[in-house]
Design a protein around this ligand. Structure first.
Ligand code: ZN
Length: 347
């Protein structure tokens, strides 16, 4: 393979949006998952360059960034900051390395940083918590072990973690010749921030609203106890805005924002109804997951973790609305306690 072709392959696809209002560059940073890529956004203003959500740290992403920084001439002297909509590894992973190269602040919400610390910080505790959480929800031992390995496999993909500067709900940030208001839209990720440029109707949506894909909403141990409620609240907040262009974390920017939000709300309400029917018989989170999505074997461990989180987030929402009742069994000594649900109203 010639150098020329390798160079071309290193450069990820780039698309420019909304040029009349100050261009926003979409860069498709490769991902080794079925999502295929994450969108990083580049905005240039008088203050310098801003990078939003630089992606997962993989060798392919490093090569891609080298090409992108070279192409736009971005370096420490003209870089302003890196903004993270949320802490998920496919958005945050490259931030530490780019921070070292460009010597810039990395902005993330405090809640997001607390979760990054729980997952990959020095005293990380999420792997163990996740394994006992899965046990509580009926996941068999072999699958618990696969999960443990899977969780730890992300550490190199987010290292080094960045030094973070917090930003908060309602804070106004100025970059790329635009004024952005941060709006906390949790549910997909605790502390997730969407950024809205009201003057031009442009939303940096992170993963809160995606076209084609329904953003994963998972219940996690030691985190938001009502993630689906938070997610739907976030969607309702966005419905009140006049959004003319949404720049999402995955797939492509889109304009049919209101219709997409309404579709997502409907999707979750339908899933809640479906789940309530399944609870005519008491079921654990694992059994619900198997009914809705399948288990490991049919799904990859990665997909299985999301599917379990999604099933439990929905049943927790049914419980919060008084439509499901939890059944806790403590079990005899040395036995694992277990948790299941049944419908509040038996039809
Ligand atoms: Zn995400």
């Amino acid at each position: 393979m010639s150098d020329h072709i390798e160079q071309q392959e290193a450069m990820p696809p780039i698309t420019t949006w909304d040029s009349e209002n100050g261009a926003i560059v979409q860069v498709r940073i490769p991902l080794p998952f079925s999502l295929r890529w994450v969108n990083a956004y580049l905005l240039q203003g008088e203050e310098g360059w801003t990078i939003v959500d630089p992606g997962l740290r993989t060798p392919q992403a490093e090569v891609a960034w080298e090409a992108v920084l070279g192409h736009f001439g971005i370096e420490a002297a003209n870089a302003y900051h890196i903004v993270l909509t949320h802490y998920h590894p496919d958005h945050l992973g490259m931030a530490g390395l780019l921070q070292q190269q460009l010597d810039v602040p990395v902005l993330l919400s405090e809640t997001g940083w607390r979760h990054a610390q729980m997952l990959w910080g020095e005293e990380q505790s999420m792997t163990e918590r996740m394994v006992s959480f899965m046990r509580l929800h009926g996941v068999p031992a072999a699958e618990q072990e696969q999960l443990r390995e899977h969780m730890d496999s992300f550490i190199p993909l987010v290292s080094p973690l960045p030094d973070v500067t917090y930003f908060t709900d309602g804070q106004v940030l100025t970059f790329g010749g635009r004024t952005w208001r941060a709006i906390e839209t949790a549910g997909h990720a605790p502390g997730h921030m969407s950024l809205f440029d009201e003057q031009h109707g442009t939303l940096l949506a992170g993963d809160h609203v995606l076209p084609q894909i329904s953003p994963n909403v998972s219940l996690l141990p030691n985190s938001d106890p009502a993630p689906l409620h938070s997610f739907l609240q976030g969607l309702h907040q966005l419905l009140a805005l006049d959004i003319r262009l949404a720049l999402p974390g995955h797939r492509h920017p889109f304009t049919h924002v209101r219709a997409r939000i309404e579709e997502l709300v409907r999707h979750h309400e339908e899933r809640l109804d479906e789940l309530e029917q399944l609870l005519a018989t008491p079921r654990t989170g694992y059994e619900l997951c198997a009914q809705l999505f399948g288990t490991v074997g049919k799904l990859s461990v990665h997909q299985f973790r999301f599917a379990m989180g999604e099933a439990i987030a929905h049943v927790a929402e049914l419980e919060r609305r008084g439509r499901a009742v939890r059944i806790e069994e403590v079990g005899a000594e040395h036995e694992t306690p277990s948790l299941s649900w049944r419908a509040a109203v038996q039809v």
